[in-house]
Write a protein that binds this ligand. Sequence first.
Ligand SMILES: Cc1cc2nc3c(=O)[nH]c(=O)nc-3n(C[C@H](O)[C@H](O)[C@H](O)COP(=O)(O)OP(=O)(O)OC[C@H]3O[C@@H](n4cnc5c(N)ncnc54)[C@H](O)[C@@H]3O)c2cc1C
Length: 390
Amino acid sequence: MNLDLDPGLQQFRDEVAGWLAAHVPAAPLPSVDTAEGFAQHREWEARLANARLAAVSWPARYGGCDASLLEWLIFEEEYHAANGPIRVGQNGLFVLAPTLLAHGTEEQRERILPPMARADDVWAQAWSEPGAGSDLAALRSRAVRTDGGWLLSGAKTWSSRAVFADRAFGLFRSDPAAERHRGLTYLMFDLRAEGVTVRPIAQLDGEAGFAEIFLDEVFVPDGDVIGEPGDGWRIAMSSAGHERGLSLRSPGRFMAAAERLADLWVRAGDPADAALAGRVADAWIAARAYQLHGYRIASQAASAGRGPSAGGGFAGAESSLGKVYWSDLDIALHQTALDLLGTRAELRDLGQPDGRWLDGYLFALAGPIYAGTNEIQRSVIAERVLGLPR
Ligand SMILES: Cc1cc2nc3c(=O)[nH]c(=O)nc-3n(C[C@H](O)[C@H](O)[C@H](O)COP(=O)(O)OP(=O)(O)OC[C@H]3O[C@@H](n4cnc5c(N)ncnc54)[C@H](O)[C@@H]3O)c2cc1C
């Protein structure tokens, strides 16, 4: 297999790297889970969008630049290698947008995607409920038919950054009499609409990374239903494929962390510690394997004529394989770095680049939980990929 980039791809990589080198803020932005940090991340997204780099794989008419899946993977590699800020619009860009490209109407795409790319509208995901996490189909929030649309009522929870976001997408029970996977409708709603209450959930660090969302007969027009009423589960599983597969957590994110880990080993590692040297090498190899896997998926998609919107790089249940892999890898990378830093690992004022490992580790611990827990993904892999009995 020839892994060299052809000249066109190399030129794309050089252009992206050049722009990022000139524009990525030298000092990290304040935490995205604070009002000030959120606003600054929004401004950063607008700069990306002005350079048509916010969503490179989207069609140009929505604000992208028609990049292939391979170009998108390269963009992501350069973005993470350059330490680009967290993507404040990630739920919209990487989960809702591919869903709209696959299942939305042209009117929805034209109306929703350009302001999403500029982060004029930042989207939150409103799926989980107090009684519906792993068992998402147990959700009880409901959508009741009314003139020209729907009235939404119920409670959602764990919605990342919903405190500061503008709009949300979620599943609602529209037919209580139907079998529980069939009576669901996929809807978008305004977080500032009448009847919506957003209540922050403070994390251990005191920042409001999550929110509960309460809905009391919130009106949503028919135009904000994605797909057909009652077909929400099927469309949500397409969103989940993007969330678990390459889209939300691209290989470039882990390759950049693996390179930082190798650099840390060279600067601070004890050459006599063969066990730790082995863990550094294993983590780097695992990140590289995921990167090559991404290239393989992209080449297959290109040969089959499928664009980036088709499956987030993984088809259906196979996205569960990717999810277990990247979430375990992220913990291994960060845990190894902390062990390498030893007693210094717990200091938050280590400065850059070493000061990022502790926060990164704490977030990596959430990887096996969000986007569907790894226990659930292993059941999906066993039953639907390997064909094992329930
Ligand atoms: C960082 C982070 C960000 C998040 N962001 C969002 C967001 O933006 N929007 C949103 O809607 N949600 C979000 N979530 C919520 C997330 O989707 C849920 O936490 C997750 O689906 C698990 O649901 P739960 O917390 O209710 O746990 P539960 O479903 O109660 O599970 C508890 C434990 O039991 C295990 N378990 C449950 N059922 C089974 C089973 N059948 N077989 C084996 N084990 C099982 C689980 O694996 C888990 O270990 C986020 C979560 C985190 C950590």
